[in-house]
Design a protein around this ligand. Sequence first.
Ligand code: MN
Length: 359
Amino acid sequence: MFLLWRNFWRTRAAAVKIPLSSRQASSQRSSRTGGCLTQSRRSSGSRYNVPPSAEFVARVSGIPTMAKLPYQETADGLDAAFVGVPIDTGTSNRPGARFGPRQIRVESALLRAYNSGTRAAPYECLMVADIGDINVNVYDLKDTCKRIREAYRKILATGCIPLTMGGDHTIAYPILQAVAEKYGPVGLVHVDAHADTSDVVLGEKIGHGTPFRRCVEEGLLDCQRVVQIGLRGSGYSADSYEWSRAQGFRVVQVEECWFKSLTPLMTEVRAQMGRGPVYLSFDIDALDPGFAPGTGTPEIAGLTPIQGVEIIRGCRGLNLVGCDLVEVSPPYDTTGNTALTGANLLFEMLCVLPKMKYY
Ligand SMILES: [Mn+2]
């Protein structure tokens, strides 16, 4: 009866343009349009954050957050959080990845709420938000690493799974320091054109070519449960991946991936990872630069976006404790398509997190 009465007055108010009280107006906006001026993100009545649908709210409207989710300051109360780490101080070649999180957020306005391929419904089972960017120090990479490590400690302490938008690949090192502090040595699915296992570059231990060497040295990885997929490009010696193999990593060079579905590979990877905690680190340069030119160290003959999606979907069932998508460098792809690809890959990551609901 109340509903009938309310609807009557709403209809009447709309028809004769009776000014509504601000409370009524806001309620009407929420229920009819999924949020309008205020971009009410919880308009569906769901207990979870649900991004406003582009069926009712123009995609191009609003302040760009990842997937048009609400922004909140901390990870409190969240099952998963999108977080940006805007640095490129660790890049060895073309810079620009500091603008990655920002452009990924802008392009992510195209994302919708359901995964049509896997029937995942992330916003019906997980509380997700965008918690902004780590306050990095663009003048000091070591200080930036410290800031990242401390920020991720706090994020992980809440029980939330971070979905990170890079930033160059240096960031995986301090993130994994915080992750291993909580979970112990983790398995790693590392998708990349490069192994990122150099020891020292130009005299420096910290950079985007060294994070996984540092992780091994500090015992952050369960080396028997590490796989590196998509590696390629010219090297400094004939066997560029000798060090990785010597640690116990499985190395899947790109030649093993050419012309194939990677779904069978991922069956093996899931067996390798077992039930323990796993971190997924996806460097956009794993994809062929024809698909993802907006990155700092592109290598030809890379993975297709289809293979990238197969890898991420193949992580379904793993005990994922964190994921990142790094090295999107907007200045090298002004179309935004690399960032859009990155946004979609991050959505795919969200859709394979533990406790996901699938229809
Ligand atoms: Mn990398």
